[in-house]
Design a protein around this ligand. Structure first.
Ligand code: SF4
Length: 258
């Protein structure tokens, strides 16, 4: 259990104190702190989002290629995401480790409900995200004391209260979101200024990167799209007021998945 790492490095009071202290710190300072505090017990969650590309670039500027990064390979991703993983390796020498869902769990789910179960009912969509993402993430994170994410408060209302450092109760470790306060424009300005590789799906009108059958382009223009505009390409067939979340940065109630 990662709780042992929490005992080793940080307690709840310290996390609360740091959350206040980090709010005005820039992403570089926060990541430097993560490195010094957690060393190789910290890892970066990469999902192909443009925000994750920013985080990787900052990490590379600070640490070179000696960093831990992983991606949840759901088995339903677009080719363009794998292409990005290759381009990141070519540019930085960073190997992003891909983790697959448990084969038995996936086969059981698909056998019972079909390969495209997510279109049938929200509870099946949440189930699929659970098997292909959340459960895999639990397996990965149990070996770490902290994970770094590209979550921004402006992505979706369920992330509006994200702190730059907080305890992640779902996965029992410290969660660090160094660009939580960045805007969409600031992310893209950084990408262009630093010539950071990003997923080519953005050039085809996407504003969020997810699994192929569950994500479509939004063709949003303008510097600062609304949250609804940014996420409307995800699970577009669900009600507008449904949580546009897979369950990694937001915990679903148990009765929503049964
Ligand atoms: S985004 Fe779609 S395909 Fe991917 S894990 Fe979730 S429901 Fe399954």
């Amino acid at each position: 259990m990662c709780i042992q790492f929490i005992d080793m490095f940080l307690d709840g009071a310290e996390i609360s104190h740091l959350a206040g202290e980090f709010e005005d710190k820039d992403a570089y300072k926060i990541i430097e702190w993560v490195n010094s505090r957690f060393g190789d017990k910290a890892t970066i969650a990469f999902s192909g989002q443009v925000e994750d590309c920013v985080i990787l670039h900052i990490m590379h500027e600070i640490s070179g290629k000696n960093l831990s990064a992983f991606m949840l390979d759901t088995g339903r991703l677009n080719e363009e995401v794998y292409d990005l993983v290759d381009r990141i390796y070519s540019k930085y020498g960073i190997k992003i480790r891909l983790y697959s869902p448990d084969s038995g769990e996936t086969e059981d789910m698909v056998g019972k409900y079909g390969a495209n179960l997510f279109y049938k009912d929200p509870k099946y969509r949440i189930m699929c995200c659970g098997v292909r993402k959340v459960n895999v993430l639990k397996r990965v994170l149990k070996d770490y004391a902290a994970w770094i994410t590209g979550v921004r408060r402006g992505q979706v209302s369920t992330r509006a209260q994200t702190k730059k450092i907080q305890f992640d109760a779902q996965f029992s470790l410290v969660k660090v979101s160094p660009i939580a306060d960045w805007t969409w424009k600031r992310v893209w300005d950084y990408i262009k200024d630093k010539d950071v590789p990003y997923c080519s799906l953005y050039d085809k009108g996407y504003t969020s990167i997810g699994c192929e059958p569950c994500t479509r382009p939004t063709f949003i223009t303008g510097d600062e799209p609304t949250e609804e505009e940014l996420r409307k390409g995800r699970w577009w067939w669900e009600r507008k007021d449904s949580a546009k979340e897979c369950g990694i940065h937001f915990s679903y109630d148990k009765n929503q998945v049964s």
